[in-house]
Design a binder for this molecule. Sequence first.
Ligand code: 26V
Length: 791
Amino acid sequence: MQTQDLRDAVLRHLTYSLGKDPAHAQTNDWRLALSFAVRERIVDPWFASTRATYGGKHKRVYYLSMEFLIGRLLEDAVVNLGLMDAADEVMSGFGQNLHNVLSDEPDAALGNGGLGRLAACFLESLSTIGCPAYGYGIRYEHGLFKQSFRDGRQMESPEDWLLRRNAWGFPRPEASFRIGFNGRVAERDGKPVWEPSEAVLASAHDTPIIGWQGRWANTLRLWEAKPVDIFDLDRFNRGEFAAAAEAEASARTISRVLYPDDTTYQGKRLRLQQEYFFTAASLRDIVRRFDSEYDDPAWLPQKVAIQLNDTHPAIAGPELVRILHDEKGMEIDRAIETARATLNYTNHTLLPEALEKWSEELMSDLLPRHMTLIQRIDEHHAQEKPNRKVRLIENGDVKMGELSFVMANRVNGVSALHTELMKQTVFEDLHAQYPDKIVNQTNGVTPRRWLLSANPRLSNLIAGEIGMDWVDDLEQLARLEPLAEDSAFRKAYRDAKRANKAELSQWFRDTHDVALDPDAMFDVQIKRIHEYKRQHLNILEAIALWQEIRDNPNGDWTPRVKIFGGKAAPGYVFAKEIIYLINSVAKVLNADPVTSKFLKVVYPPNYNVTLAEKLIPAAELSQQISTAGKEASGTGNMKFALNGALTIGTLDGANVEIRELVGADNFFLFGMTASEVVERRKVHEHAAKAIAADPRLARALDEIRAGTFSDGDGERFRSITDNVSGHDYFLVSSDFTDFWRASREVDRAYRDSTSWTRMAVLNTARSGWFSSDRTIRGYMGDIWGASAVPA
Ligand code: 26V
């Protein structure tokens, strides 16, 4: 019945929504037809969710994020609606392969990395739990750039996910707001009023996000920037055609492209325009919805919780004060208190270079009223805490972290360690003033995408043992624990991993023309390229290992494939050098007839959510090797553990909690702790000392300097070798020796496949706590005061 209905719907959409004759339909047409047929089934639960929320006057949660790294949506929707088998049958009936149809969907890369992917997992969990919520962000015309390699170097080209018709977004041109910029603050009846001199339209596109089993659906509302006036007809009539379209082009620029640098804040005007654009549109929408239900703005904190995903929407503080005070006439201090009771802020990084500051000059120019309100908020803070040390404006800059902190009811970190470090470092003084404000919410990942759909083999094995309750109650995986001692189960578990590895090897052969041995250990490091994440530590270890294998080619080596994936910010020169080095090392090692059966290095380009879904289920070793104290949490680390990869890692971010839960025996720990890192930096010439003490490291660096990986050009990777042997801020040299030790321990452990599989099973069985459902319940209880609504 379900199958028959779905078949009819696909055919109907192919014919009447797409205007295609089945005889001439392409994969893209079939994919869109299936998407529309599936989308139809989301609409009823979606409306029902909205009605239930209105009807019960429930509190709503608003998640404001510059980034939502959602990837493909069709498979998610099919899986959550329980339509996988039906879709498979229907597509086969039309002579289409469901897998190919699903793979045809562009990967929506509206985010850089961890922060954006977390937002996407949260949306799915909010719907699964049935918490009334909206995601608000920007509908970038171009997501994160596409990466390719030319002679081993990163090349960037524009991403174009909207080139083909987007199946999921419902355009809502009727839901538009005028967003002002610049101008001046005038006085009317003794009250300040902002009179912007420029404006753009924010126009909504809604994507329904369906939860597990279709019980609830929330909305992701993304704003597109449009001109207020279509074009200048007078200029057009005068023959000035290009000039007539200028305003349109400049308005659209605001939602044109995602900023690809998530490491260094640059203070660019367009970025601040993007931030204000989406924050102001979202707040306007939130307040409009609130006003339609309630008369008194004082009720806002009871009915609305707003989460700021990092400081990118921090202008929400002054903007909400402006709405409450300037527009609704609420007394200024009460407006500040009301806004503060509504807003919360998540910090995702402690790296000083990533903390946003906006110059007072730019802020006064672009958002003059907000600048005066920030000064007023600062005074309010000074009145409240007379012995305060922190000022919101310092050396001509507005500090957005401090502004967010002061304007938030709760501030949270994203792992236990990160939250403690926040209290001790960036927010030390503010924490002393508001000791109850900072709370922890350790990140999580959605098991629907990252286990159920990405890893059907393991999911089926689990389902055969414990049923399906784990899908929305991931701690049920603990019931697998006794099976770690069951040899038949271990064999089935190993077979599932082996099959995933074989499938990945086939993919590498088909798409990259490289042969991988599916019996070698698959060792994976996938994440943005950054010095603190230390991909260069990993490649140095590979060089040293290659040298040892060459010394003793008949040794009993444990075969390994090192897989790298990740993009460097286009302007991050050092990160790009790391990519170039990895590719250059790969070329030499993979061509070595003696060593390549023991060690290969591969680096598929354009790492994205879709590629992560292929790599993680096939991984056996998860590289989480950041300098301790630098990775706020990590979420890839959780996906790997859940899928039965063992971690080699430092005591950083959520690695600490992963190790506690899976057990120290099932985790390969190495490296300095966060406090040892701080101490080590004080040691004079720490890198030189580490190199002098470790001949392997010295030799690996010499090999690079000798030009082995650069056609004899000893200078090519000077920036890396100089850094690692010189200043070495991220302690690559100081951690190398212990990393080598732990890596060899991994080799030994891998050779005992029984005990390795036991450890892998325990990683899966003990990772249930890392579900984003658990994280969201934490936010609901500790931060939002929101409840799930019975569907
Ligand atoms: C920062 C910036 C700063 C300059 C302008 C552009 C831009 C864009 C994005 C970001 C976000 C960087 C912070 C981030 O992604 N943090 C990651 O958040 C993950 C989710 O909490 C966490 O797992 C990672 O450890 C953390 O690095």
